[in-house]
Design a protein around this ligand. Sequence first.
Ligand SMILES: Cc1cc2nc3c(=O)[nH]c(=O)nc-3n(C[C@H](O)[C@H](O)[C@H](O)COP(=O)(O)O)c2cc1C
Length: 185
Amino acid sequence: MKIMIITSSPNKDGLTAACSEAAKQGVEAAGGEVLMVRLNDLEISKCQACDNGWGICRSEHKCKIKDDFQELHQFVDEADGYVMVTPVYWGEMSEAGKTFTDRLRRCEASNRNGRNKTQDKPFIAIAAAGGTGNGTLTCLSYMDRLFGHMRSERFDLIGITRKNRDYKLDAIRAAAKKMVIGVEA
Ligand SMILES: Cc1cc2nc3c(=O)[nH]c(=O)nc-3n(C[C@H](O)[C@H](O)[C@H](O)COP(=O)(O)O)c2cc1C
């Protein structure tokens, strides 16, 4: 059982990283395998909105831009579920998270004929905010809509801040573990 944990923070030891580590522990405690991806380490350029707005993402469910997206798209296919962790920037996902998922959504949301790579797979969305937690809800709502477009199955939406960090990390660990157990059942 493979769970892809995707993070989109430039900070290697911040709150996002702590969340991804907790999720990893949860997946592994349930006997699952982790595919860890740090988007900020990769070269992923922005969607070109080819032609009049749609390119081969619509017809072939692939992206024509040759960069690190291609390998990640393969990982998305291999994974049985997803944990996506983003820092909250302006009440939204970070730029790295948006750039990757903009391209992924085009390929998967438009794939209605065959099995799409994300369909019916569970996801946990985690929004890691600053002290105020402002914008956590809009960020989670954005992520929920994104995975909904790709027809993934919501497992949990978790907001975390510096103030509630300790017990929310426990919740992330428990959610990731339960998601793997649930997927296997
Ligand atoms: C450009 C930018 C915008 C931010 N916007 C928000 C925000 O809307 N709400 C919030 O609570 N924190 C906001 N923050 C703070 C980050 O969400 C917070 O520090 C987060 O924990 C960073 O994750 P990291 O520790 O993985 O870097 C922002 C930070 C940056 C750099």
